[in-house]
Design a protein around this ligand. Sequence first.
Ligand code: ZN
Length: 382
Amino acid sequence: MAAVRAIRPRCYWDGAVAHPSPVLGIAADGTLADPAGLPVEDVDGVVLPGLVNAHTHLEVAAVPRPETRGFLPWLGGLKTAGGAYTGSDAERFLQPAVVRARAMRAAGTAVVGDISNTGLTAKLIRDAGMTGVCFHERIGIDVPSHAVLPDTIPAPHAVYSTHPGWIIACRERYATAQSAPRPNETPAPWSIHVDEDPFEEEFLRGEGPWPGMLRAFGRNLDDFPYPYVSPIAYLDQLTQLTGALLVHCVQTRPADLDRIAARDATICLCVRSNLWIGGRVPDVQGMVDRGIRLVVGTDSLASSPDLDILAELSALRNAFPALDARVVLGMGTAAGRAVYGVSAPAEHLLVEGPRDLEQLLDGTVWPRRWLDEAAGEGARTA
Ligand SMILES: [Zn+2]
């Protein structure tokens, strides 16, 4: 597509490299094109490809923060407030999800990995102008199989809540898609929350609060094969971590990070959610040092103040100031696109105000707009 305007921002981030004061040609759809022959307009800010929110829950509502830190008080608060869909009145959860998806798009998100309990968010992601995946979350420690809805990818919830047979089935679905990919399509990963809380590992030894709680919820653990290993080692036994998108990894120890690196699995970081729920962050430097592929998600409004991935990237930088801004931005752009198999040319976004990547991630809520024709007329400004 031909360029319709030429701009010179203060900085352009292409997903891997920062370019100071480049001249960029912008096509009508927000992709880049040859700027030759067009008058150059100086713009104040940073241009970058649309952002990737690799893990969110569009259907989940904001709930009051419990007085006690920790995963179980947080989960109890979510249940009490009725913040997540549990099988009835899907429309009550889908209507606000439409509004959240539009707000995410307006704030610069192009690609989203949504964990859905209704299994019905694929359409609203598309309707909001984004691409991505609706992961239909599967819960049931004593349910070895589930029906798979069209337009979704099944995703186990966690090691203490999803039957191992279903975890294996999700990996096999990925392997099948990988062995016979559709044209121009990389299979999306399979996703699981893991090592978010110390009770997961205790559960895998038959200890801690989860066995009793699950029985109280009516679950049958009589045949559960407790593996007596760490959650990552357990998933490795079940799946070799093939195609895994491992969400959180707050508790993951060095030996298991080595395992994740050796298996070439991906970790999705959600540090604002981790700080909100448990007050701890993962060993991100250890992950970077091992060359583990990292992407970033906001998680849900039940544990995050917003679904703004630029704010999430800023929080990650703030939590780990030694990380290079380029490494952090790569997680929210190029790495996310690669993990979700998005190969189409990226639409571009202008974040107005910052002079460079350092300032872009300093925690300021910068205004931003998409660089397509509509945005050029002032529409779709966040
Ligand atoms: Zn989550």
